[in-house]
Design a binder for this molecule. Structure first.
Ligand SMILES: Nc1ncnc2c1ncn2[C@@H]1O[C@H](COP(=O)(O)OP(=O)(O)OP(=O)(O)O)[C@@H](O)[C@H]1O
Ligand SMILES: [Mg+2]
Length: 337
């Protein structure tokens, strides 16, 4: 759906900033794609390159089979109407009502008044603000303002919705409800959502794919479940730190168990496997003792995913067999000690 090829962008000034450095990224249609990274990583610059609000110094921008960076200004304006955008600080017109804000992009696109009215009413319904049509932005909460921003972004039936820190100004409860709205829009309208955030929980909650950015480079990209359970890059591991128990308390690895043979294993479970009694089967089959040292289960979008650190104690041969059994069960497994 969206294909960025070799995108670079340098901001010149007293000190040149290499905001993007040869970025390649493919974003599949109909999915929610998250871009995460710390402040200054280049996320906003990258997002703005997708709709050419920022013109890259090098590279190609493809959206829906069309190369955008070589279009004439007029063609680009038309292409942009198929891409909605929402912002951290909403950017609403304060002197216009909610309905008038949502109607604004329709006016620009030359949609007749009657059709505008119909569309605005429908959009108000979608974002759950039918009763606020005549209110002004100043009379709305942050979450309601962002809903107006979303409705406005959807006005011209875009195929892509670009979200720059859309929930960063909102409290956790409101964040959840706005994320749910984005998810339902993705499912209902089938549009592709690209979402920038510096918060892992946002990625965990609604994204299908994630790209981790640092220093203007995409350090890692893939399905969220893969990046969360098997981060390959130092940048991804850093982003995950604190959010998930990627780090095992070191004292667990240096337990004194009286010199008996033992193994310490880290197991990751994804999906239905998170609920299966694999450990108890192993204990019964191989007559080893298993101590659970550490564990947690999280939810990723609709998928349960768990992490467990266990210590196995028993004769060497049985330990090897037990580990072999777990591996044969397709459990993601790391032998720590
Ligand atoms: N218009 C500009 N002129 C000069 N430098 C800029 C401009 N916009 C961004 N930069 C610089 O480019 C780098 C990347 O900025 P960008 O806004 O893309 O980062 P970001 O990942 O979105 O950060 P944040 O999480 O703080 O929003 C930063 O070092 C920033 O200072
Ligand atoms: Mg930014």
């Amino acid at each position: 759906m969206i294909h960025l090829k070799g995108i670079s962008k340098t901001y010149s000034g007293a000190r040149a900033v290499h905001a993007l450095n040869n970025v390649d990224l493919q974003i599949p249609a109909g999915k929610i794609f998250g871009i995460i990274g710390s402040s200054g990583a280049g996320k906003s610059t990258l997002l703005r390159c997708i709709n050419l609000l920022e013109v890259p110094d090098a590279g190609e921008v493809w959206v829906g089979g069309t190369r955008l960076d070589t279009l004439t200004p007029r063609e680009l304006r038309r292409a942009r109407q198929k891409m909605g955008m929402i912002f951290q600080h909403f950017n609403l017109l304060t002197s216009r009502t909610v309905a008038e804000n949502i109607a604004f992009p329709l006016e620009i696109a030359g949609v007749p008044a009657k059709e505008r009215q119909r569309k605005v009413a429908n959009l108000l319904e979608i974002v759950g603000l039918a009763d606020k049509a005549q209110a002004y932005p100043a009379q709305l909460s942050g979450g309601q303002k962002q809903r107006v921003g979303i409705a406005r972004a959807l006005a011209n039936d875009p195929q892509v919705l670009l979200c720059d820190e859309a929930t960063s100004a909102l409290d956790p409860e409101t964040t959840k409800s706005v994320l749910k709205l984005l998810q339902s829009i993705n499912q209902r309208l089938g549009l592709t959502i690209v979402l920038i955030t510096h918060e892992m929980p946002v990625i965990q909650e609604i994204c299908d794919f994630v790209a981790v950015m640092e220093n203007g480079i995409v350090q890692e990209t893939g399905p969220v479940i893969d990046v969360f359970t098997r981060p390959q890059s130092e940048a991804a591991r850093r982003m995950l730190r604190g959010t998930f128990a990627q780090n095992i308390p070191p004292e667990l690895l240096h337990r004194n168990n009286n010199g008996e043979p033992h193994r310490v294993l880290k197991l990751s479970f994804v999906g239905e496997r998170a609920h299966e009694p694999i450990i108890s089967q192993m204990v019964q089959h191989f007559k080893v003792d298993a101590n659970i040292l550490f564990g947690r289960i999280d939810q990723m979008k609709d998928l349960p995913f768990g992490m467990l650190v266990i210590e196995l104690v028993g004769p060497e041969e049985q330990l090897d067999q037990a580990v072999g059994f777990l591996e044969s069960q397709h459990v993601e497994l790391e032998v720590l000690v």
